[in-house]
Write a protein of this length. Sequence first.
Length: 155
Amino acid sequence: MILHSAGILLYRFNQQRLEVFLAHPGGPYFEPKDEGVWSIPKGLREEGEDLLFTAKREFHEETGFSVDGQFVELGTVRLRSGKIVHAWALEGDVDAKKMVSNTFELEWPKHSGCMQEYPEMDRAGWFGLDTAQIKITNGQLALLNRLAEYLANTD
């Protein structure tokens, strides 16, 4: 069974410089990692759910921010896990420092019997395209390129 996920690549222009909003996954495994682990806010589609609705819901769950406006479809990417991510771009602005994510439980340390709660995303930030290309997971890199291509063709 192929899993489908949906997310939003939020972008803005800061002094005419393109910036994208990325989130860093929470939990002990990702805590020390930086390059190649950031992501667009995204999550799994529930059965029968509209994909854009999923993307908006997941953005809110992972960041605490609600977004709406003129969504631009960026298509899909297939992750190494086989999961398919459907993505949309949206121009907007949020205060990354005010991000609040939903949480998940994890046994940590492994095999300790101790369950701990972690935020699904532990922080977020705005990044210029060059930096974002280093920070984002390899499987989502194409989404940044598609956004840049879309914006280049809309001038």
